[in-house]
Design a binder for this molecule. Structure first.
Ligand SMILES: *[C@@H]1O[C@H](CO)[C@@H](O)[C@H](O)[C@H]1NC(C)=O
Ligand SMILES: *[C@@H]1O[C@H](CO)[C@@H](O)[C@H](O)[C@H]1NC(C)=O
Ligand SMILES: *[C@@H]1O[C@H](CO)[C@@H](O)[C@H](O)[C@H]1NC(C)=O
Ligand SMILES: *[C@@H]1O[C@H](CO)[C@@H](O)[C@H](O)[C@H]1NC(C)=O
Ligand SMILES: *[C@@H]1O[C@H](CO)[C@@H](O)[C@H](O)[C@H]1NC(C)=O
Length: 485
């Protein structure tokens, strides 16, 4: 159909003409029948209805593809070819039950003029403060003398953790090998670091988390000093094993304490304060089975956190922690809950944020926390009327492992044998299944899906789209300028 050059007074007519021209030439089948003058009005109407129905379904089906892309684009599959896997050995977190170093403390007292009976009172107070967690806040002593000493020292709750850190000896840097807190497997050293946990300062061995998870980083924002003693032998960050290896494991030894509490957990996680082995004066040998969940290489790049519903360590959206794991997210829930209920947070949480939350003084720790200990630990409140979960949602770790401990035996006589106490892991059986997060509906699949939907319902294609653009840009300009095609 030929069209005339546009005249100012005939704009609406010209626009309609142009659209008719588009319909007539358009790539989408059926459009042309709507505007063909030779057809009956009834026929044209029929085509119009057909067109509208097709476009409607095209949009509905495309939207459902987009929904699928956003919510169901990943799945977790099962792998069985276990001969070829490398499995990471679980981590151990070991908390010494004697916390402070007597010579550091003596020095601190000398510098600050604490003498005589005051010294014993302060030691008892600080030792219990350093050893406190949700289950034993009530053990922190309370007295007028303590108040008096704290006043003299001008010790503010915000500085509790820093003082405890200053008075704790990081025994992973001990020069004498026999007295060092270290993690060994035969002649190989495995990296151990001091970490800040909900149970004070502890030692963590065989972890896949970055150095952000260390006491120095969480309290002062500085990475720990490199440990030259560890590097004297072959040093591994974490140990892996495969199906054909027998008895892979390591021993985490702590010289600095008479008693320890140990936690065994996935190498991708931090310890959970309520799943400990308990107070022991002997070491413990664990025989765990570790079933891993891994991720396909393209999972991170091709999907967003909302789509895959899991987070990698470096994808933290937490306020108090610079890295993400599920347990750390739950710790943050606890921080928020404590802040809501007791109006302050315990000293053992990192608080290096833009608006630091107030830290509880020891009296609040004694008075407010024990009453709600169960709620804080389980994040779930049960009272006689109703059950109330705390409002907190934590995504899974994209990489993780489920640890099942088959046996945990005390290491009798280890103290005589090794000269120190510690916990050991030996893996006797390797997992025969593991889970894998996979992308099953990627961006390319979405494009193909929408494209083929458009093709199915409208006979539309990429070149058709280009044609639309062409028609309403270059060709429109020609038309306005008065050329006829
Ligand atoms: C398993 O670990 C060994 C080194 O310990 C490495 O050579 C091998 O490539 C790893 N295998 C896989 C599948 O990652
Ligand atoms: C530290 O706390 C644990 C658990 O409440 C307790 O068994 C242990 O005796 C405490 N240690 C000291 C030195 O008080
Ligand atoms: C801890 O030690 C550092 C460096 O020695 C010092 O600057 C800081 O004031 C100490 N903190 C407390 C609470 O004593
Ligand atoms: C206290 O610290 C010193 C190093 O300054 C260390 O030699 C000593 O072994 C530590 N004491 C304990 C009980 O860890
Ligand atoms: C982190 O993200 C999750 C959802 O992805 C959200 O529920 C949570 O509130 C976020 N946390 C913070 C501190 O923004």
């Amino acid at each position: 159909m030929a069209s005339k050059p546009f005249k100012n007074r005939r704009w609406p007519r010209a626009i309609i003409n142009f659209i008719v021209l588009y319909f007539d030439n358009c790539c989408i089948h059926g459009f042309r029948y709507v505007v063909q003058a030779v057809l009956l009005l009834f026929e044209r109407l029929l085509w119009l209805i057909l067109l509208i129905v097709s476009i409607y379904f095209c949009i509905i089906v495309s939207l459902s593809s987009i929904h699928r892309y956003n919510t169901k684009s990943t799945h977790v599959g099962l792998e069985r070819n276990y001969h070829f896997w490398n499995t990471t050995v679980p981590s151990i977190t070991l908390c010494p039950m004697q916390r402070l170093n007597a010579s550091f403390f003596a020095n601190y007292c000398r510098v600050n003029g604490i003498k005589g009976p005051q010294k014993a009172i302060l030691w008892d107070f600080l030792e219990n403060l350093a050893n406190s967690t949700y289950i034993n806040f009530q053990n922190i002593p309370e007295s007028d003398q303590i108040d008096q000493i704290i006043k003299e020292l001008r010790l503010k709750p915000e500085n509790y953790m820093e003082l405890i850190y200053n008075l704790t000896y990081d025994s992973t840097y001990e020069p004498i090998e026999k007295q060092r807190t270290r993690s060994i497997d035969g002649q190989v050293n495995i990296h151990v670091r001091q970490v800040l946990t909900e149970y004070g300062l502890c030692y963590l061995g065989n972890s896949r988390l970055g150095e952000e998870y260390s006491s120095r980083y969480l309290i002062f924002g500085k990475y720990p000093e490199p440990n030259k003693y560890e590097a004297t032998r072959k040093l591994l960050q974490y140990q892996i094993g495969s199906y054909f290896e027998k008895d892979v494991g390591f021993t985490l030894l702590s010289f600095s304490s008479e008693a320890i509490d140990s936690y065994i957990h996935s190498a991708f996680e931090v310890m959970k304060v309520d799943t400990n082995f308990g107070y022991t004066t002997e070491g413990v040998v664990y025989d765990p089975v570790s079933e891993e969940i891994i991720a396909e290489d393209n999972l991170e790049t091709e999907t967003s956190v909302q789509m895959r519903k899991c987070r990698f360590h470096h994808e933290s959206n937490l306020t108090h922690f610079p890295f993400y794991t599920r347990n750390v997210c739950q710790q943050e829930c606890r921080i928020n809950l404590a802040f809501r209920i007791c109006k302050c947070i315990p000293h053992f949480y990192p608080n290096r944020i833009a608006n630091p939350k107030p830290v509880c003084d020891y009296k609040t720790l004694r008075s407010c926390f024990p009453r709600h200990a169960d709620f804080f630990l389980k994040l779930y409140e049960e009272n006689e009327h109703h059950e109330k979960p705390a409002t907190c949602y934590c995504e899974q770790n994209c990489l993780d492992a489920v640890i099942t401990t088959r046996s945990a035996l005390p290491m009798i006589g280890s103290k005589q044998l090794l000269g120190s106490i510690g916990s050991a892991i030996t893996i006797k059986t390797w997992p025969q299944v593991r889970l894998k997060r996979q992308v099953i509906f990627s961006m390319t699949d979405l494009m193909v899906s929408i494209g083929s939907t458009a093709g199915l319902f409208l006979g539309f294609s990429v070149l058709g789209l280009v044609e639309v653009l062409y028609f309403f840009t270059i060709r429109l300009i020609w038309q306005v300028l008065g050329y006829t095609l």
